[in-house]
Design a protein around this ligand. Structure first.
Ligand code: LLP
Length: 433
């Protein structure tokens, strides 16, 4: 098992994140607790930005806030000078509350309501990533109401089959997202926006999927867009200023995963874009990307208290923790795999193969099917690694389990950024008969 970022094992044999002993963190904030290594988040963000800078490419790196959104996270994104991808009025509201520079916000979604569009326009966001013809008509309507011209990117589905889980694959033809490139829908959308005096067409967007390990899919998407751009240039006199290639850069959850480093994906994308613009004699556009998982995924660790165990001789030993699918839905939803360790006994020999169960009333509530650990005891703290993306953001109150607390840890200092939900929080919308 390889530790991430500035995590290490201290003299007490405890896991340390951001210079703080995680056992101290659990004493202060309780469990389950999600601890982020803030320095690692910063490092990931900088690595994406610096790769574009190194090649002299005008770029926007927009953090996909669906991976993990809260005010402190958005403020961190602002500190590092990134842009922000939001996908709902709720994510937009969080960004505005966090004081994020609104011009750097890009608003996504396949079914934005007119209220959401109004909210974005009133806030003065940078652009909408427009998904369908219905949305174009809503944008027209809001633009007329407010007397402003609305900047957009058109989301296109390039027909790429990326290698990932079916539910998180988005760039193929049979997808609910975007204008289809194969059937001429994109050209219809370009024409509609070009003809509109209310909408400004900045460029195109595509997102081929998530947790992708190879650069091939991104390179193929860029090539397909270039071939289309060549047609648009000759047939419609249109050259996009911006090419947004979305997010989806994979990370290492367990030793079975073998992703590229963040900057390696970008290097290959840049090479492909440069080669194609030379081939077609077209300008190099601004390249925008939207990484989520690759910025926060491996920076997050969930700390649980170990509780009951159940051993079925010759079958399996279950070790239950005080959370589960309520704070991490990914194993149940995508059969996602994680690695774990006993945070209070990092140096002890791993001598038994166990399965980590959650506390929810559902057999599928398993966090890890097979992991080797030292012989587990009642007062142990289990650290599950790489839970920083789509963990808290998909957390829920199944079984009325309160959502965990979240801390950011950096330079030996822990900062509580999301409070643990209380039982009162759980009943705050309930009304009596
Ligand atoms: N841009 C767009 C348009 C997206 O749809 C997504 C993710 C991203 C960027 C960020 O992708 P990332 O870099 O984080 O892979 N809940 C699933 C992931 C769903 C991703 C949805 N879209 C999971 O837990 O694996």
């Amino acid at each position: 098992m390889e530790l991430h970022g500035v995590s290490k094992i201290n003299d007490n044999g405890h896991l340390e994140i951001g210079g703080v002993d995680v056992i101290e963190l659990t004493k202060e904030y309780g469990t389950p607790l999600i601890a982020y290594d803030t320095a690692l988040i910063r490092e990931r963000m900088r690595s994406f930005k610096q790769t574009f800078e190194k090649h002299g490419i005008t770029a926007q790196v927009a953090y996909a806030s669906k991976a993990f959104s809260c005010k402190a996270m958005i403020q961190l994104v602002a500190q590092e000078g990134l842009s922000l991808d939001v996908v709902s009025a709720g994510e937009l509201y969080t960004a505005v509350q966090a004081g994020f520079p609104v011009k750097k916000i890009h608003f996504h979604g396949n079914n934005k309501s007119i209220e959401e569009i109004r909210m974005g326009v009133e806030a003065g966001i940078g652009c909408f990533v427009t998904d369908n013809f219905y949305e174009i008509s809503l944008l027209e309507q809001v633009s007329k109401e407010k007397g402003v011209k609305i900047p957009v990117l058109l989301r296109i589905t390039p027909g790429i089959e990326a290698h990932t889980h079916d539910y998180i694959l988005t760039g193929h033809e049979d997808s609910k997202f975007g204008f289809d490139l194969g059937s001429g829908q994109v050209e219809g959308a370009i024409q509609a926006v070009k003809d509109s005096e209310h909408i400004e067409l900045l460029g195109v967007h595509c997102h081929i999927g998530s947790q992708i390990f190879e650069s091939t899919g991104f390179v193929m998407a860029a090539e397909k867009i270039y071939e289309a751009m060549n047609r648009w240039y000759h047939e419609m006199d249109y050259i996009p200023k911006v090419m947004n290639l979305g997010g989806g850069f994979g990370i290492r959850y367990t030793d079975e995963d073998d992703p590229l480093l963040p900057n390696q994906y970008i290097e290959e994308i840049i090479q492909a874009v440069k080669a194609k613009s030379e081939q077609f004699g077209l300008p190099v556009p601004e390249i925008w990307i939207e990484p989520g998982r690759s910025i926060v995924g491996d920076a997050g660790t969930t700390l649980y208290s170990v509780g009951s165990t159940k051993e079925i001789p010759n079958v399996r030993k279950y070790v239950a923790v005080d959370g589960g699918m309520s704070d991490n839905l990914r194993p149940a939803l995508y059969q996602a795999k994680y690695d774990a360790a006993l945070a209070n006994r990092m140096n002890d020999e791993r001598e038994e193969l166990v399965s980590i169960a959650g506390k929810c009333c559902e057999s599928g509530d398993m966090l890890i099917w097979d992991v080797e650990l030292p012989k587990v005891k009642g007062d142990d703290v289990l650290a599950v690694f790489c839970t920083g993306a789509y963990g808290y953001s998909m957390a829920n109150n199944y079984n009325r389990i309160p959502r965990p607390a979240v801390v950011f840890v950096e330079n030996g200092v822990a900062k509580l950024v999301i409070k643990r939900e209380s039982y009162e929080d759980l009943v705050r919308y309930d009304l009596s008969l």
